[in-house]
Design a protein around this ligand. Structure first.
Ligand code: BG6
Length: 501
């Protein structure tokens, strides 16, 4: 630990839904990484709460197995012991008060044992339908009011399934807690490259002067996945690509790319600027939905030489499903900086490559100086922020090809995270957990952000619901989505940048 490194506050983390996949794949490996880097204090404990009955010893041995699987055989044995001494489990029905009185008893014991000043953060890794119930029960036993230590609650996505349900959930939670206790998590904000967007834009002086409609032609944001819906057919049938990715992950990327410089790096200053962008996004009229949005569903196809089945053939999916696995939107931001600069966003499953990136495409040079030479077309300048994989930033520009005649080639200037900063092992949750333990809500969604995001996509969902897609499946597995998605840009004389990994 460096001398300036801050440690998390002494606290106990309580995980509801502790036997689920998230705890195993993300939360414990993230806690291990934080402890390894000495971000966790000794006055720290973890309590898993689940519906399953098991002893703390059983839970520890599960966690030990998971950590060995996710961290690998180089795991630090001493650290593992440190974790085991601090990990406990209590089981029971979430509707039963007894589950919570048992939890309270255990927390008091741990406070004493590890000298923890009653600081608790509750992680709700449960289905959203239980958010209100669990929060209410924690309140009933007197553990949500911040009388002694602090009390914070993290909620996993999805936060509502449309504007109405998000508003209802916000209202329900705000009756039980103060907004400053509510941490709505979006794991995209845990990604280093996403956090770097702010540093790149506002920590350097050379980009901001050209980051506007005078220089930028358009912005493309792609979050493409090669995976299909895997074991999540049941959830996905009720969600679809738009709900699953756009009002949360993709809108985080849009707001960080488009926002004005905040007055400080304080949570509300940053989030105020983000919400201004969401509110400036033009509302989709039904005509806009037909013209400026595209939906798709994957059919059979091939990836890496292997045959892949159509979405409708996946487990727990209706064979006539109308659920989209691809969504693309042309978004207009009505403000001084971005008027006339479209943001094209798309996301899809079973696409040709796994890549998430932001492409900022600049306008062409205004004068064709090289008309009389061999150069027929000028290179368009782009800044590409690679979010994953191969995290980094590329500047794309034209250069003279060596030789006696003037000819031009397109070249890339690359910054790659791995080359410069080495391989930082991270699950993406470390920063977010740490921020919650130190009370920094900058990277968490505020109620107004969630509602503003849903109000942008709700009219799209309404039209898509009213007019079922007749052409599904309309893209092959292993492709770049339906042809209408290409047409969305081609109609404007533009083209998606497709990258293969
Ligand atoms: C989740 C979605 O929030 O994000 C998944 O529910 C999606 O459907 C995942 O696969 C993508 O996350 P990442 O970090 O792999 O880009």
């Amino acid at each position: 630990m460096s001398e300036t490194q801050k440690q998390a506050d002494a606290c106990t983390m309580i995980i509801f839904g502790a036997t689920g996949d998230l705890t195993k794949r993300k939360l414990f490996p993230a806690l291990y990484n934080l402890a390894k880097a000495k971000f966790l204090p000794d006055n720290f404990a973890i309590v898993g709460v689940g519906r399953q009955e098991m002893t703390s010893e059983d839970f520890r041995s599960q966690i030990r197995g998971n950590l060995l699987e996710f961290i690998g055989k180089d795991i630090d044995k001493e650290l593992l012991k440190w974790f085991e001494a601090r990990t406990h489990y209590t089981g029971g029905d979430f509707a039963d008060k007894k589950t919570f009185t048992e939890l309270k008893k255990l927390l008091k014991e741990l406070d004493k044992q590890f000298d923890i000043p009653e600081n608790y953060f509750f992680y709700l890794a449960t289905p959203p339908a239980l958010f209100g119930l669990v929060t209410g029960k924690v309140g009933e036993i007197g553990l949500s009011a911040e009388t002694d230590g602090w009390r914070r609650f993290i909620y996993e996505k999805p936060f509502g399934h449309d504007l109405e349900s998000a508003k209802k959930l916000n209202a329900e939670l705000q009756c039980l807690l103060k907004e400053s206790q509510i941490y709505r998590i979006d794991h995209y904000l845990g990604k280093e490259t996403v956090q770097n967007i702010l540093v790149f834009r506002f920590g350097n002086s050379i980009f901001e002067p050209i980051w506007n409609r005078n220089y930028i032609d358009h912005v493309q944001i792609t979050v493409a996945e090669r995976l299909g819906v895997e074991q999540r057919g049941g959830y996905y049938e009720t969600a679809g690509a738009l709900r699953d990715m756009i009002p949360n992950h993709i809108f985080q990327l849009v707001t960080l790319t488009a926002m004005e410089p905040p007055v400080s790096f304080e949570a509300d200053a940053v989030r105020n600027e983000q919400v201004k962008i969401l509110r400036a996004i033009q509302t989709f009229s039904p005509e806009d939905v037909l013209k400026n949005t595209v939906r798709g569903q994957y059919g059979d196809g091939e990836l890496d030489g292997k045959k892949k089945a159509a979405y409708r053939a996946e487990a727990n999916v209706d064979p006539n499903s109308n659920t989209e696995t691809f969504a693309a939107l042309k978004i207009s931001i009505d403000n001084w900086r971005w008027a006339g600069v479209p943001f094209y966003v798309r996301t899809g499953k079973r696409m040709a490559g796994k890549h998430s990136e932001i492409v900022v495409q600049f306008k062409k040079a205004p004068f064709m100086l090289f008309r009389e030479t061999g150069i027929e077309r000028l290179t368009t300048n782009r800044i590409i922020i690679h979010i994953q994989p191969d995290e980094g930033i590329t500047l794309h520009f034209g250069a003279k090809i060596p030789g006696p005649i003037v000819n031009m080639g397109a070249v890339d200037m690359d910054f790659n995270y791995l080359d410069h900063f080495g391989d930082q092992i991270s699950t993406g949750y470390e920063r977010l957990l740490f921020d919650c333990m130190t009370g920094d809500a900058t990277l968490f969604q505020r109620a107004d952000m969630v509602e503003a995001s849903w109000s942008i996509v709700s009219p799209v969902l309404d039209v898509w619901h009213a007019i079922p897609a007749r052409d599904f499946p309309n893209y092959e597995s292993g492709s770049w989505g339906p042809k209408e998605s290409d047409a969305l840009l081609e109609n404007d004389g533009r083209k998606w940048k497709n990258t293969l990994d």
